[in-house]
Each structure stands twice: as C-alpha cells, then as structure tokens.
Design a protein around this ligand. Structure first.
Ligand code: ARG
Length: 434
C-alpha cells in the first residue's frame, strides 16, 4: 500500500519537476589566470564554460560562445573553491562570554544550532566551498548540511561527522573535571569497549554521518591532564575503523601524541588530525598506509593570543604551549618527507571565515604556495572521497570557483581576501558581472 502511494506521488512530483525544469544556465567565466592545482600549473586567460552546476570545458583565451552569459573578472586569479577538512560550524570563539564555565553551564546545543548557519555563510564567503565538519553536538551538522543542500541556507558543501567518538574521561567527554553530580542531558559520542564503539559508529551512520571522527588521544581544549596520551586501546581503534569502513565511511582521528598517532594509523584511519607530536616512525607509517595528515597550524597563534581573555582555564593554554610550536616543526618535517597533507584548520577554535590565514603559515613552515593550494584542493578532495566532484576546475566537476586580486603563487596571503565565490554555478559573492 505504502509503495503504491509512493509511486503515485513520485509520478506527480516527477512530472511537475520536468515540466517546470528551465534549461541550465550557461556561463562563461574569465579572468587573467587560473591556478590549476590538479595540473600543478597556471592557465593564462582562462575561459571556464559552465552549464548549470557543473564545469563543461576550460579553454585558454577566446570569446564566450553564443548563448553564454559572460562574467569577466578582469585582472583577478581564479582558483577552484577551497576545501577545509577540519571545521566545527557549531562553535565560534566570538560566542564566548569571557567565562568558560558560565558558557559550559548556560549555553545549550540549541544556542549552537541557531548560530551555525552564520558561520557556514562566513566560511563560504571566505572561499571555502566544501568543508568536513569534524564533530558537532546533537546532529547539528546533519541539519545544517541538509538545509544547505536543499538551498534553504547559504553555506559550503558539508561532510558531517556528527558526534565524535571518545573514551570516558577523554577529549569528547564534556563532564570531565566537573562534580560527579553534574550530568548533561545531551546525546554523546562517549563509548568504551569494542562492542560499544561499533554500536556508536552505527548510530552516527544511522543519523546521517558522512565520516566518522574519534578521539585517539587527549586534547588541548578539554580537561584531561595529558595533551597527547592515547585514549583508546588498539582494539577499540581497530574496531571503529573496521566498522566505519564496512558502512562505507572514512575515518578521521584526533591525535596529538606520537603513540596515539601510530596506533590510529595502524588501525587504518584515513586521516590523522593535528598530528602535533608525530615521530619518525609515525611519518614512515603514514607514508606506508597512505594516511593523510591534517595539521591545523594556524590555531596556536589564536589560542595563545585570545584564550586567556576568552576565559578559558589556564590548564588549557598551558597544554597549548606544549604542542603549538612542536606541531609546526612536525609539519615542516612532514613536508620534507613527502607525506600526504590536506588542509584543515579546526575553525571554530578560531573565528570562521579566517580559514585562509592558515595558508601563510603553511608556506612559512615549508610548503610552496602551490603545495599549500593543492592541500586545500586536490589533496583535500581526495581525502574526502570527492575527487570527482570538487577540488579542481575541470569538466564534470561542480562549478565551485573563487577569485582573488593578485597572484597567490607570488603572495599566498592574497587567499585571505577572496573577492568572488561561485558555488555550483551560482555566484554567491562578488560582482555578478564586470
Ligand atoms: N581541538 C584541538 C584540541 O583541543 C585544538 C588544538 C589546537 N592547537 C594546535 N596547536 N593545533 O586539542
């Protein structure tokens, strides 16, 4: 009965949709140059042909064909839309009251939910057309992703991790350090033991997760004493990865400490986040396993400058001092040993929309500008499993493009000032025509 009703509805809606379907818009986008990170080169005087939400052709020079609306960005440089592999759109330091404990006790997940769209919009306007949201309470990231995909809200394409898995007392456990009589009534990713972590992965997948996040080690902005000690056993990490991969989901592991990083790589994670204290063996293992490393190396500046004023406990800023500088040195070694590196900032720890500030750090600590751009396009798309959709301006990919004034290969910091953003063929920022 239900299937008959469904078929009837499908017929009605299917017909209505095809009758109203307008011909896809045809746009010819031109500028002075296009950085093509997938080819490691620059195309002079690009003419990008777009039909509907996809790129159909990339030419060098020439006039727009008949039937195309021309958007000429003059002397600007075009690039593929940028990808941030590590954000938290449900958090932002500008929401802080200046007192960590007041915020913990008075703010709820609903507060986080109602502001998340603002941060999604800021991220998009900063040129990031795709993000991986690596952890949010109450499935806020799923609701946000769906509203953006539906066209209700402006924001980047989102891969949602939903509730991050973590051990009792660990980086994902919000009540660590509080009186045992304080309990929060939200849903939690805390799970212990191989059976429980498997159930927890299944629950995330059931609720809409695109990717699974777990806390392999302790963290900075949480109450544990250590910053890098492993928080899951090898058997638990193995079970999380095995279960997630069975359901077709990739896995991102938060890990600062060398041992936790090695354990996560051996478990088969797709990316290690932070990777702050990775040692030579960890670098070797990552190479062997093809594991991406996602170093959020801008964070340290912001945390050390602002977190005392924002009312965070000194124990956390002290932990930051233990990893910040070393993380940058680890990043430099990882560039030298030729690891697979993807761009991820942990935005939400610092203000959304500032994502592009990390590029200059990456160049300061050893990457060429082209490598830094590849980390946020080619490599990021590969890590996400979306290499056929995003990360390059090429036929068949989404028409996700940005433009900056000047040449990012000469001055990477121009990526902090994105003046034009197109997502899926629609101009979301900047002159519609020039
Ligand atoms: N969310 C991370 C944590 O609390 C932030 C680490 C930031 N510090 C850094 N140097 N990347 O562990």
């Amino acid at each position: 009965m239900r299937s008959i009703l469904f078929l009837a509805l499908a017929a009605v809606f299917g017909q209505a949709a095809s009758a109203a379907e307008p011909a896809p818009a045809r746009v010819a986008l031109s500028a002075a140059r296009l950085v093509a990170p997938d080819q490691g080169k620059v195309i002079e005087h690009p003419l990008v042909l777009i039909e509907g939400e996809r790129v159909t052709e990339v030419r060098s020079g020439g006039a727009a064909p008949d039937g195309y609306t021309r958007i000429d960005l003059g002397n600007a440089t075009l690039l593929p839309g940028l990808i941030d592999c590590h954000v938290h759109l449900s958090a932002d330091p500008t929401l802080s009251s200046g007192n960590y404990y007041k915020d913990t006790l008075q703010r709820s997940a609903i507060d986080d939910a109602v502001t998340a769209h603002l941060f999604a919009q800021r991220t998009l306007e900063a040129g990031f057309t795709t993000v991986r949201n690596l952890g949010a309470g109450e499935y806020i990231d799923v609701a946000l992703r769906n509203a953006i995909d539906r066209g209700t809200l402006a924001g980047p394409r989102i891969l949602a991790a939903t509730l991050p898995l973590g051990a009792t007392g660990g980086h994902a456990d919000d009540t660590t350090g509080f009186s045992p009589y304080i309990q929060f009534h939200g849903q939690t990713g805390v799970a212990d033991g191989v059976d429980a972590v498997r159930v927890r992965v299944r629950e995330d997948v059931k609720r809409g997760a695109d990717v699974i996040k777990f806390m392999a080690s302790a963290g900075v902005l949480s109450a544990e004493e250590s910053v890098g000690a492993p928080q899951y056993s090898q058997a638990e990490m193995d079970a999380i990865v095995d279960e997630a991969h069975r359901w077709g989901k990739r896995v991102a592991a938060h890990a600062h400490g060398a041992e936790a990083i090695r354990m996560a790589i051996k478990a088969g994670v797709d990316s290690v986040e932070h990777a702050s204290l990775i040692d030579d063996e960890g670098l070797k293992l990552a190479k062997q396993h093809g594991t991406y490393l996602v170093f959020d190396i801008y964070n340290d500046d912001y945390i050390l400058a602002e977190y005392a004023r924002l009312g965070f406990p000194a124990s956390m800023t002290e932990k930051e001092k233990k990893v910040g500088r070393l993380q940058r040195e680890s990043f430099r070694r990882a560039v030298k040993t030729g690891e697979k590196l993807a761009f991820g900032t942990d935005a939400g720890v610092y203000p959304h929309g500032w994502n592009g500030k990390q590029f200059a750090k990456m160049v300061e600590w050893g990457m060429t500008p082209m490598q830094a751009i590849q980390a946020a396009t080619t490599n990021a798309a590969d890590l996400l499993g979306w290499a056929d959709k995003v990360g390059a301006v090429a036929p068949g990919r989404y028409a996700d493009l940005i433009a900056v004034d000047g040449d990012p290969l000469a001055d990477i910091a121009v990526l902090e000032h994105v003046r034009f953003v197109m997502k899926g063929g629609a101009v979301v920022k900047g002159a519609a025509a020039r």
